[in-house]
Every structure is written in C-alpha cells, then in structure tokens.
Design a protein around this ligand. Structure first.
Ligand SMILES: C[S@@+](CC[C@H](N)C(=O)[O-])C[C@H]1O[C@@H](n2cnc3c(N)ncnc32)[C@H](O)[C@@H]1O
Length: 210
C-alpha cells in the first residue's frame, strides 16, 4: 500500500464561493492546468500562492517566462482567477503566462520533470504546535526534492515572518548539504505578510541555490 502523505495545508475550501468564482473554477481553471508539458514548460514555480498576489507579480515581471502556481485552497485559486480575467472572461494579456495546479504541490512535482529557474515559497504554514510539526512542508527530504527540480543556476526563495519556523527550516536545509544564505530582500507583500500573525517585525528570507 502506498504511504499516505501527511497533509501540509489547512483546508481546501473556505467561505462559500460566489457564482462567478465557481464559474471561473469550472471553466477557466481547466484551461490553465499544465496537461501537456511538451510545448510550454514552466520556468518559475510558486508553492502555496494563497490568493496569488505574488504569483501575478512574477507573471508581470517575467513576460517571456511561464509561471506556475500550486495551491490546494480553492478560495485562493478563485481569487487569482478573478484577478487575471477581464469582463469578457479572457485572461488579461499580462497574465497569459500563468498556469495553475490547484492541488498539493507534491503531487505536481511527482508528475513533472520540469526544472525551474526559481521556486518561491512565501509564508508556508508554520504549524506552530509541537503536535503538528510533522505537517510542516519544508523538511529536508522535501527541500531535496525541490532542489532536484532546479535548473543549473536555479534558486529556491523561502520567506516567513514566523521566525521559529524560519530557524527550523534553516536547520533542515543544513541537513541537505545544499548551498544557502540568509537573503536580505525588500519585504514582499502578500496577504499573509499583511496579516503578520506571528507578530514579528519583518519576514526573513532564505535563498537556496545550486
Ligand atoms: C499561510 S498561507 C500563505 C499564502 C501566500 N503565500 C501568502 O503569503 O499570502 C500558506 C499556503 O500554502 C498552501 N499550502 C500548504 N501546503 C501546500 C502544498 N503541499 N502544496 C501547495 N500549497 C500548499 C496553503 O493552502 C496556504 O494557502
């Protein structure tokens, strides 16, 4: 029997979706799923994009590249779909390079042989209670898997305002033997960044590179 993976995300559904959001999930989402990778391999991956603020920024800033986001929280996916479509239900030109995998990124990575120039993980769920620690996504084995999906000069960027989780992740990265450094970049504004549930001064960023 296949080993059941521990769930790393909180929920798939939140408050009831509007008719419009449901329509977008039923009709637009399937067109953005990377079914046939042969033609258009994604270059940049964002894991757990939430409502997609940063994913949209990546798409706008990298017009020649394909950006894929993985997120199992359907309300977040619906928010992103609303933001990237216009009143005629077409994808806005600046977001035509977005692809969405609306599920657990670990399933996506098992199925793809894509290599990414950048992999972003912003505010991963910290699972602060000791009994939930096993739910943390960024343990050494997973970070290794991510590094197998990096191009030659590729990099993984992790950011969190939960400093305890940050230190824990740093310890996990050390176990992998990969190159890493604490990365001082301007704070990236995402929904969770604004929430700042951890109550710390600022997020910390870690860069893992080949
Ligand atoms: C705390 S939220 C942060 C969302 C967003 N990055 C932000 O900064 O606003 C963490 C997100 O990671 C997603 N997540 C957790 N485990 C995941 C997994 N295995 N694959 C993809 N996304 C995951 C959750 O569904 C959730 O939306």
């Amino acid at each position: 029997m296949e080993k059941q993976e521990i769930r790393t995300f909180g929920r798939r559904h939140g408050k009831k979706l509007s008719a419009r959001q449901q329509w977008l999930l039923d009709n637009i989402l399937p067109t953005l799923f990377p079914k046939n990778e042969s033609g258009n391999k994604p270059d940049i991956l964002e894991i757990g994009f939430g409502a997609g603020e940063h994913l949209r920024e990546l798409a706008e800033n990298n017009p020649g590249k394909t950006v894929i986001g993985a997120e199992p929280f359907m309300n977040g996916v619906a928010s992103l779909l609303s933001a990237i479509t216009d009143e005629t239900d077409s994808i806005r030109p600046e977001y035509k390079n977005i692809r969405i995998f609306a599920d657990d990124v670990r399933d996506f990575l098992r199925e793809t042989n894509s290599k990414f120039e950048q992999i972003w993980i912003l505010h991963p769920d910290p699972w602060p209670k000791a009994k939930h620690e096993k739910r943390r996504l960024l343990h050494a084995e997973f970070i290794k898997t991510l590094s197998d999906h990096l191009t030659k000069n590729g990099k993984i960027i992790i950011g969190t305002d939960h400093w305890e989780y940050f230190d824990w992740i740093t310890q996990e990265v050390k176990k992998t033997g990969l190159n890493y450094k604490i990365h001082n970049i301007e704070t990236i504004n995402t929904r969770y960044q604004k929430k700042n549930k951890a109550g710390t001064e600022a997020p910390k960023y870690l860069l893992i590179y080949n």
